[in-house]
Design a protein around this ligand. Structure first.
Ligand SMILES: Nc1ncnc2c1ncn2[C@@H]1O[C@H](COP(=O)(O)OP(=O)(O)O)[C@@H](O)[C@H]1O
Ligand SMILES: [Mg+2]
Length: 321
């Protein structure tokens, strides 16, 4: 199936279900995207230009961009219907983000938080990122306390639970179960005050949801983040350089492309834009070493990344993160 939103019925509650798959390219052509963005820009008095611009500036992700708009538009219209005294559909916006590392999950969550804040749907729109260690405690009662504390911090914004399936890691006796129960309670108590996002590798998230069937129906929105193509990763690298006010020397795009292809072949788990970011940051440090050794600091020198740095960045290990 292509990307899109289905209104599916779970029990007697209609919910918004967003499904997308690799290769979903509803708005591949830039003309359609431009039209879409222009339409939304007209609503910028409540949408907030900066989050919108940031979303637009991301490479690829066309179906995710469109779905983010759809989620926003759906929720906005429900809010207005409610004000007009019309029946309101369910606007619970808890979400599942499935994707390999570096596919933009955290980036989209942050933008979404800002959009929902600027649209008046969240009071703050901040994102609190947590993982198992932040939620699961070491003794009875500790887990509930830690989980409730994270929920409290995320009130008015988004609680983004990374590698959510690790909560089920320890089996029945593990405190992870206590944590899941606490999250479920939080989702009900704060259905309108905050958004819960569970994120992680597609396969692990799927099996986590399969073993917790009650949980799946509580997350009406599911977004799939595909691995980037080589072409997209090259564009992401150029965007990262541009944002940092660096530029590649002329004629280096095919070298960059080959390095990225080689890196992908070496990876057991694709790390997508994260791999590209490491590459770029390493090249920037290698350039600094060259400039200091040569003593050349013209404005041009300070910006230029040469083939030497690209090659060095591809062989040397990245700084530990
Ligand atoms: N489509 C994109 N365009 C530009 N930069 C991107 C894109 N996707 C990810 N990035 C960048 O790559 C890095 C990793 O992205 P992130 O959102 O942390 O991925 P994830 O949460 O899926 O691991 C961030 O620096 C982010 O800004
Ligand atoms: Mg992340």
């Amino acid at each position: 199936m292509w990307g899109g939103i289905n209104i599916a019925v779970h029990g007697n509650r209609p919910v918004l279900r967003v499904v997308s798959t690799r290769g979903a390219r509803l708005y591949e052509d830039t003309k359609t995207q431009d039209r879409l963005f222009k339409g939304f820009s007209k609503s910028s008095h409540f949408l907030g230009e900066s989050a919108l611009e940031e979303l637009n500036s991301l490479v690829g992700l066309s179906h995710i961009k469109e779905l983010v708009f759809e989620i926003y538009a759906f929720a906005e219209v429900q809010k207005r219907r409610s004000k007009a005294g019309l029946a309101e559909e369910n606007t619970i916006l808890h979400m599942i983000f499935k994707g390999n590392p570096g596919t933009g999950k955290t980036t989209i969550a942050r933008i979404l938080g800002r959009l929902l804040f600027q649209g008046g749907l969240l009071d703050k729109g901040h994102v609190v990122e947590v993982e198992r260690a932040d939620l699961v405690g070491e003794y009875i009662g500790h887990t509930a306390q830690k989980t409730r504390e994270s929920i409290r911090k995320a009130l008015g914004g988004i609680l983004f639970i990374d590698e959510a399936y690790s909560l089920a890691r320890g089996g029945e006796k593990d405190f992870g179960k206590e944590c899941i129960d606490c999250i479920v309670k939080g989702m009900e108590d704060h259905a309108k005050d905050m958004v819960f996002i569970l994120a992680g590798y597609p396969r692990e998230i799927e099996s986590f949801l399969n073993t917790n069937p009650g949980l799946r129906s509580r997350f009406p929105i599911h977004l799939s983040f595909p691995d980037y193509t080589v072409d997209e990763l090259v564009k992401i690298a150029c965007l990262m350089l541009k944002k940092r006010e660096y530029r590649l020397a002329d004629g280096l795009l095919s070298l960059l492309e080959n390095i990225i292809k080689e890196k992908i072949e070496q990876e057991t788990i694709p790390s997508n834009a994260r791999m590209v970011r490491n590459l770029i940051e390493k090249a920037i440090r290698r350039q600094a070493v060259r400039l200091v050794s040569d003593g050349s600091f013209s404005r041009q020198d300070l910006m230029l990344i040469t083939s030497r740095e690209l090659l060095e960045s591809s062989v040397a290990p990245a700084w530990p993160r």
